[in-house]
Design a protein around this ligand. Structure first.
Ligand code: 5GP
Ligand code: MG
Length: 180
């Protein structure tokens, strides 16, 4: 195993170790497998942050899965005052009557996931559920019901296990808080 002393030294502290993440993701996979028994899951993944989460999760689910990846960018706190989400819709995707499981790395304001949920509901799926690895405890500007959640965390900026700061730290096996 790589020890990651290089990029780990940029962390103030580790919030969730690789082992903690691994164990929790295994639990989530077992729960999802029970809930979807006998079905085909259409997994819709928000890239790039959910990349490692989805890879670890899906490899522990023994059910047929269709995988759809898409990108979304939000502009909250940026130049636009009203939150808007630009969704890169996958060409030719068919969600009618599908059992959709929407996956993202982290629920923050809820803007991204609620916009995507709304957009997907318009496609008339049979069911639509949402799963995130991290749920930030903070006042939510957009209502976003979660069906599966890995960990609740405080309102701090995290990196690692797919999540970046200016394009870095995605490959860190743990999740941590950066030095100020
Ligand atoms: P929301 O639309 O819920 O405010 O934001 C969701 C997206 O913002 C997440 O999918 C993630 O890409 C990004 N995000 C929110 N909080 C964090 C964080 O603490 N660290 C990182 N790296 N990304 C975050
Ligand atoms: Mg994201």
């Amino acid at each position: 195993m790589t020890s990651f002393t290089g990029i780990l030294s940029d962390l103030d502290r580790v919030l969730l170790s690789a082992e903690e993440i691994h164990d929790r993701v295994a639990n989530m996979a077992a729960q999802i497998q029970r809930d979807y028994e006998g079905k085909v899951i259409t997994v819709v993944v928000l890239m790039d942050g959910a990349l490692f989460f989805v890879a670890d999760l899906l490899r522990q689910i023994d059910l047929p899965i269709r995988l759809v990846t898409l990108g979304a960018s939000s502009y909250h706190g940026g130049t636009q005052s009203t939150g808007q989400v630009a969704i890169q819709w996958p060409a030719g995707a068919d969600f009618v009557n599908q059992d959709i499981l929407l996956l993202d790395d982290i629920l923050d304001t809820g803007l991204t996931l609620s916009a995507l949920r709304e957009r997907l509901m318009a496609e008339k799926p049979a069911t639509l559920r949402a799963a995130v690895l991290l749920d930030k405890k903070r006042p939510r500007s957009h209502d976003c019901p979660l069906d599966y959640c890995g960990f609740e965390i405080a309102d701090e900026f995290v990196v690692g296990y797919g999540m970046d700061y200016q394009g870095r730290f995605r490959n860190l096996p743990c999740i941590g808080i950066l030095k100020p």
